[in-house]
Design a protein around this ligand. Structure first.
Ligand SMILES: Cc1cc2nc3c(=O)[nH]c(=O)nc-3n(C[C@H](O)[C@H](O)[C@H](O)COP(=O)(O)OP(=O)(O)OC[C@H]3O[C@@H](n4cnc5c(N)ncnc54)[C@H](O)[C@@H]3O)c2cc1C
Length: 255
């Protein structure tokens, strides 16, 4: 085994030809905790969370309302950020086309599903090293919950039953690469990445509806991009000069 790989992560075992060291990868060991911290900050700054099904969104005189008969919110401007494909399918139902109540606009939003599983570490990993096995297509990353084994993309309906075969295939190789214990999770976690054909999100005004804005379709990078696309949307909504050119993200590109 190449000596420099071993000195960077002394726990690595097994046979491999070599490694590429990326010195400063961005990394969040508790994504759920980060999202909760953002939510707490939002409330501390005076924001409020209200819950309603986005499928009940309707245009009314002077703006938008959501919540149906049990009205939850009525407002002059509304932003839709319900990212999972099909989530707004009031008129379109399930499938790869997303559309919202009362709208003629149809967005070809589909999902790429993915899985991960946390395993107990049998050794203390280097705090900075994540291992990507390019041949087998998986990543091992130390998280607060354990060592996360994460695999590649699965093309399937968003709500189809889970088929974590990639995780099952990767497990023996992962055990050979790093001293791993038993799974911490009862079963692999499944998620769905909301993707558009050009792999760019939709950010900006709805083409045919005054006061309606979009910010969805963050594909593989929602955690990383959200703070920037949220800023871009806020600047567009408040009439400030946007820090980046919003043209490539316009909803009009889908007609
Ligand atoms: C396996 C996997 C690995 C990932 N890895 C990374 C990574 O390494 N780096 C990274 O930056 N990102 C990563 N992500 C994040 C990801 O790819 C997405 O970009 C991100 O989750 C999309 O964010 P979103 O807010 O657009 O949509 P979502 O996360 O789907 O959030 C949409 C929200 O809308 C709500 N919603 C949906 N339908 C309705 C409805 N009808 N009414 C009301 N609310 C509704 C949902 O409950 C949810 O809260 C990963 C995701 C997966 C699944």
């Amino acid at each position: 085994m190449p000596g420099r790989s071993r000195s960077a992560e002394p726990n690595l075992t097994g046979e491999f030809a070599g490694a590429i060291h990326l010195p400063t990868p961005g990394f969040v060991p508790d994504p759920g905790g980060l999202a909760k911290a953002y939510a707490d900050l939002f409330e501390r700054k005076g924001g409020r969370f209200l819950s309603a099904d986005a499928k009940t969104l309707e245009q009314v005189s002077g703006g938008w309302r959501v919540g149906g008969k049990g009205l939850v919110a009525a407002t002059a401007v509304m932003a839709i950020a319900a990212g999972r494909a099909g989530s707004g399918g009031g008129a379109g139902g399930r499938g790869p086309i997303w559309c919202f109540a009362g709208s003629a606009m149809r967005v070809p939003l589909a999902v790429k599903r993915g899985y991960h599983l946390h395993l107990a570490p049998m050794a203390t990993p280097s705090s900075t090293i994540r291992c990507w096995d390019a041949d087998q297509g998986f990543v091992l990353a130390p998280m607060n919950r354990g060592i996360r084994l994460t695999t590649g993309v699965e093309f399937a309906d968003r709500d189809a039953p889970a088929t974590p075969v990639q995780v099952e295939r990767a497990l023996p190789r992962a055990h050979a690469l790093f001293p791993l214990g038993e799974p911490v999770d009862a079963k692999p976690w499944k998620g769905a990445r909301p993707c558009l054909p050009d792999m760019l999100p939709v950010i900006g005004k709805a083409p045919h509806h005054a006061g309606l804005w979009f910010d969805f379709g963050h594909q593989h990078h929602g955690l990383t991009l959200a703070r920037w696309t949220g800023r871009l949307l806020a600047e567009m909504m408040t009439g400030e000069t946007p820090f980046a050119d919003p043209a490539p993200f316009a909803a009009e590109r889908f007609g």
